[in-house]
Design a binder for this molecule. Structure first.
Ligand code: UDP
Ligand code: MG
Length: 139
């Protein structure tokens, strides 16, 4: 069976609220295997580089400040159809629009502090995983 990977971060708001455990439990229950995991803080420069694709968006400065405001958990996940299935599991970017039972509906504080990241394509999953981890097989 073909499997592929996605990349997630448990963001600073969810770490601060002691929700690492509950979120990882939901991820495992949904069938994702943890391939790599790291607890760390990003500098402003690192957060800015990670989100460089959003440089022109109005929320970029706020997003960079927020993502460098405290520790986060970076995780590479494996599952068949990983990218799309993980986006379904986390729900919409804005938690007020996220479906019931999704991670963002349950744990997000706001559109910025929305508990988790999820890659939006196989290509970006590989780029994002390689940003945090070396020595991983490229999908
Ligand atoms: N974000 C924000 N304000 C917005 C849209 C997005 O602060 O109006 C933040 C939010 O933390 C989001 C991240 O920027 O998760 C990346 O935005 P994207 O549109 O890629 O959303 P995602 O893919 O995370 O659902
Ligand atoms: Mg995105």
């Amino acid at each position: 069976m073909a499997t592929n990977i996605t990349f997630t971060m448990i963001k600073p708001d969810a770490v601060e609220a002691n929700n690492i455990g509950p979120i990882l439990a939901m991820i495992n229950k949904a069938g994702f295997k943890i391939k790599a995991m790291k607890y760390l803080s990003l500098s402003k420069e690192q957060a800015g580089n990670f989100y460089a694709v959003h440089k022109e968006r109005p929320f970029y400065g706020e997003l960079v400040d927020y993502m460098s405001s405290g520790p986060l958990v970076a995780v590479v996940l494996e599952k068949n159809n990983a990218v799309a299935d993980f986006r379904t599991l986390i729900g919409a970017t804005d938690p007020s629009k996220a479906a019931d039972g999704t991670i963002r509906k349950l744990f997000a504080k706001s559109i910025a502090a929305n508990a988790v990241h999820g890659s939006d394509s196989d290509e970006n999953a590989a780029i994002e995983a390689n940003f945090f981890f070396s020595g991983l097989e490229r999908p």
